[in-house]
Design a protein. Structure first.
Length: 193
């Protein structure tokens, strides 16, 4: 089906179009979400929020980009929103601990449930360490690195999803790789002692 008529059917609320949208994008959106939030249940919840947002906002979709780009942008934003909320809760729990009201929460415990579908069991511990390191990158580096290296998006797709220039994407990705290299070297040095 041609994209314009497909979008028209979505805007008209046709059930067949919504079913087709889910068939075409459900796994892809879930893949993007779990790349940012490596916990199956949370990624599934975020993916559902993405589709609710798509259904709610399809009438305001301008068509400046491809439908897939718009959906990936929503998935990326919903994932980042989830991470920000999670971090805010951790800070609140930490402040409660300082005030003597609550037991401290391990800030890395979120990633101990590492459950990315593409990772073999024997590589889960190593992958969890890598995801923890990715999570410590500044947000713009984390987004671009995740889209490029975990989600497998092309530079052009990343440009469209993030709205950044190609040179900016390349530069940020380079800094993210360098930052990760340092973080992982430090981790493995500390791990051996």
């Amino acid at each position: 089906m041609e994209e314009k008529s497909f979008i028209k059917d979505l805007r008209a609320g046709k059930q067949t179009a919504y079913s087709q949208l889910l068939d075409d994008y459900q796994q892809k959106v879930f893949g993007t979400c779990i790349s940012f939030v490596p916990n199956r249940e949370d990624a599934e919840d975020i993916a559902q929020e993405v589709f609710l947002e798509v259904f709610k906002s399809i009438s305001s979709f301008k068509g400046d980009s491809k439908l897939s780009t718009w959906i990936y942008r929503i998935a990326t934003n919903k994932s980042l929103e989830f991470i920000r909320k999670k971090n805010t809760k951790k800070r609140f729990a930490f402040m409660q601990t300082i005030m003597g009201n609550e037991i401290p929460i391990d800030k890395t415990s979120y990633f101990t449930e590492f459950d990315h579908p593409g990772i073999l069991l024997e590589n889960k511990e190593k992958s969890a360490t890598i995801f923890k390191a990715i999570h410590t990158l500044p947000e713009n580096q984390r987004v671009i690195f995740t889209l490029a290296k975990i989600d497998g998006k092309s530079y052009q797709e990343i440009v469209e999803i993030t709205g950044k220039s190609l040179s900016s994407v390349e530069s940020i990705l380079f800094r993210a790789k360098k930052g990760l290299q340092v973080k992982l070297e430090n981790f493995y040095k500390n791990d051996k002692s």
